[in-house]
Design a protein around this ligand. Sequence first.
Ligand SMILES: *[C@@H]1O[C@H](CO)[C@@H](O)[C@H](O)[C@H]1NC(C)=O
Ligand SMILES: *[C@@H]1O[C@H](CO)[C@@H](O)[C@H](O)[C@H]1NC(C)=O
Ligand SMILES: *[C@@H]1O[C@H](CO)[C@@H](O)[C@H](O)[C@H]1NC(C)=O
Length: 209
Amino acid sequence: MFIAPRSLLNATPLPLKLFICQFLWILPYLFFANYLERSLLPFRFFCYTDSDFLNVQKPIRQPLSACIKHVFPNTIPNSQCSLNQNIKAKITPNLPTNFEKIIVIRSAPNAINYRDYIRETWKQTFPSEIPVIFVVGKGKSDEVFLEAEKYADILQLDFIDSYFNLTLKMMATYGYFLKHSNVEQIMVINDDTIVNATALMAHSNVSFF
Ligand SMILES: *[C@@H]1O[C@H](CO)[C@@H](O)[C@H](O)[C@H]1NC(C)=O
Ligand SMILES: *[C@@H]1O[C@H](CO)[C@@H](O)[C@H](O)[C@H]1NC(C)=O
Ligand SMILES: *[C@@H]1O[C@H](CO)[C@@H](O)[C@H](O)[C@H]1NC(C)=O
């Protein structure tokens, strides 16, 4: 609990006292919210492993316009939309000739530590028929170039990587795989997500969704 010093409260005229008092709840509230956030953390594992969360009955593969109509019934597609631009791939990963499923990890160009961690841990669980690749945009320098040569698991798309461009990253990623493969299922994971590889693998053998 935050308690304003009594001397301060006694010494000040009433309006100021009231003014201070109305903010007294903020600090206790922050502590409480923080406490909830921490104590509920373990429950997150349920979300990651609960099959309900990974189960969507059938993959959605239909024309984009039908999908847009379904999700945004009142929106008229705008041809000027910046997401319509054709994003090229600067670096492409080595992929098997025919794969049905792919795991795509969203990563930032400079997040090599995250990528290395994943390469050393749960990425190895997956057989080569289920490629696990990283997708990045452009960074400040050509930092991913050597890494991509070494591991051949990076798809670098030709736009500036930023939160602002995250939707663009997703659209361009889906676009790339729809154009260059016959993939049926794409699973997208963030590079800073805790992954239960056993659970993910069990689902991959049947179906992601
Ligand atoms: C990506 O985002 C940056 C700002 O974060 C912006 O300057 C840039 O134009 C965006 N688009 C592309 C295609 O890079
Ligand atoms: C990971 O998933 C497996 C299979 O669903 C489960 O048995 C195991 O308890 C999970 N591990 C954690 C840490 O949740
Ligand atoms: C999934 O398939 C892989 C390779 O085909 C196999 O190694 C693994 O044991 C299987 N996992 C489950 C849970 O069936």
